[in-house]
Structure formats: C-alpha cells, structure tokens
Ligand binder design. Structure first.
Ligand code: XIL
Length: 302
C-alpha cells in the first residue's frame, strides 16, 4: 500500500494522527491528513478545559468538527482524555470531595454519551502515575481528594456511559520496562483480576535523545498484552532528523507489529511546524508537508 493508513490496515491496524480543529482549514494539512491517516485524536479539543470549562456547561464545537471530519471520511476517532490533572479548569481543583466525585463522574458520562458510538477507544485516565522509582500515583485533585480508587471509579463510570468504547489507561515514560510501567502493569493486573473494566493501555511514546526508544519496548508491550488488554501507541513523536530518526520510527512500528494485540499507532501531529515540541522536528512530515525519511521508514516497516 502507498499510504500509512492503507498499509496499517493491511496489517489489521490503524495509523492515526493528533489533529487540531483550527488547522483543518489549511488545505495541505487536511489533504495530508485525509490521504495518509485512518484515525484521528483531537489534540486538545476533548480535554476537560475544552469540554467543560464551566461546571455543568458542555461545549463540543471544536471536538465535533474533528469527529465530523473523521467520520465523513471513514476515519476512526480516539477519545483523549477524560480524567487528567493537566488542562483541567480551576473550578475542579476547588471542589470538596463529594462534589469532585460527582463532577468527575458527570464529566465522564456527559462527554462519553455525546460521542457514544463514535469513539473506538477512550483515554479514560491519563498520566496518573509519578515519574521515577516510587510507583506511586501523582498528586492531583482526584488522587488527593478521592484517593487511589478514583481510577477504578472512572473506569466503571466510563463503561456504563459507552459500553462499546474500548477503555484505555494512557501514560508516558511507561514505554520500556521500568518502575513506572511496573506500577501501571500492577494496576491493570489488579483490574483484570477483580473484573474492573479496562480494555487497553496507551503508550504515549514521546521520544528524544534523553529518552530514546527503549530496547525492551516490544517486550513491554507484550507483557501488557499478555494481561488481556490491547495496547496502542498513542502520541508517538521522536525528536531528531534523518536516518537516526527514521531508524527509531521503524523500530517503533516493528515493535507494534510484533505484538498481535498492538492495534494501532498514532503520531502526535501531522506536520513538524505544528508539533507541541516547538523547537523540534519530531514528526513524519516537515513544515512544507514533505515526506521525511522517517515517513518512508514507517511505510517500509508497515
Ligand atoms: C499537548 C498538546 O499537544 C499541546 O497542544 C497542549 O498545549 C498540551 O498538551 N501528553 C498528553 C497530551 O497526553 O494531551 C499532550 O498534548 C502531550 C503530553
């Protein structure tokens, strides 16, 4: 196949990109997206500060734009994200325990119901664990007020809101086998053993020279898959350029394809010029939408 999406589809996977609603009007942005990708993730438009900036008032305009764009072209949509300490409106952090519990559950329910049937996988909880060796949950309004059970509560609420959506836990620095990924692994194992709903784990996979593609990436994906969940590469970008960057991208694709439950890959943007890493060139298309060596490495590996 001659595009990323079509090549991935031949392997039973999707190949997606994070998309910003306010770029869809740029013709080469839209045509690159439409030609090459068969899944999208709204980069910011489904986050809490975009969908419920004021308590109880839900705004879906820009996320709907992305979902409509995708649906009308037969692309899948990943939902990102329901419960996260970042891009969280100030009112949430100001709530007391009982109010926070109902606000979290209401947020999950309203957003998931709005998109019911349209989202293949939801990042229900994002980045709940601390970096480093502690294996502990990070401080957040959710953990600090609701306790560590907030994750279970969020997943149970999510299952009820859209029973057909795959429910994912998503995080970064969990791509190799390390203390943080061990903590996520233990969470998933516990959920599976107690029947708490969870279907997938997202590995953000933001790589750079300080945090390169781990040599045990495939083994890490496989050990999660062996727990009985799908795995997805959800926010892939790799700083660098040329052959080194291309080789790293190829390694990521080969790791996913080697794990039968690795169901898809999403890169965190279409073009380098709009990457969230402002000084970087971490994506598959340059600022003029030219295919980079990394693009060709991905297509060859698929
Ligand atoms: C980033 C977006 O790309 C930026 O536009 C925004 O300013 C900040 O968030 N982990 C995540 C993503 O789960 O939601 C983040 O996206 C990148 C890190």
């Amino acid at each position: 196949a001659s595009t990323l999406g079509a090549a991935a589809a031949e392997k039973g996977r999707y190949f997606g990109a994070a998309v910003a609603a306010n770029r869809l009007g740029e013709a080469p942005y839209a045509s690159t997206l439409n030609t090459e990708f068969n899944s999208v993730t709204p980069e910011n438009e489904m986050k809490w500060d975009a969908t419920e900036r004021t308590r109880g008032t839900f705004t879906f305009g820009s996320a709907d734009q992305i979902v409509n764009h995708a649906q009308s072209r037969g692309m899948k949509v990943r939902g990102h994200t329901l419960v996260w300490h970042s891009q969280l409106p100030g009112w949430v952090a100001g709530l007391g325990t009982a109010d926070l519990r109902s606000a979290m559950n209401n947020h999950i329910t309203q957003v998931m119901r709005h998109y019911r049937g349209k989202i293949h996988s939801w990042d229900v909880v994002n980045e709940a664990f601390q970096d480093g060796s502690s294996g502990a949950l990070r401080s957040s309004p959710f953990r600090d007020k609701l306790g560590s059970g907030f994750i279970e509560e969020a997943f149970r609420t999510a299952r009820a809101a859209d029973p057909a959506a795959k429910l994912c836990y998503n995080d970064y620095n969990t791509d190799g086998i390390n203390a943080k990924s061990n903590a996520v692994y233990n969470l998933v194992r516990d959920f599976k053993s107690r029947g708490v709903p969870i279907d997938c784990v997202g590995f953000q996979s933001h790589f750079n020279s300080a945090s390169p593609v781990p040599s045990d990436y495939r083994a890490n994906l496989q050990r999660f898959a062996d727990l009985g969940v799908d795995v997805q590469i959800t926010e892939l970008d790799i700083e660098g350029s040329g052959t080194a960057q291309a080789n790293s991208y190829g390694n990521v694709v080969r790791a996913c394809l080697a794990v039968s439950r690795c169901t898809g890959i999403t890169v965190w943007g279409v073009t380098d010029k709009y990457s969230w890493r402002p000084s970087g060139t971490p994506l598959l298309f340059d600022g003029n939408y030219n295919k980079k060596p990394a693009y060709h490495a991905v297509l060859t590996a698929l």
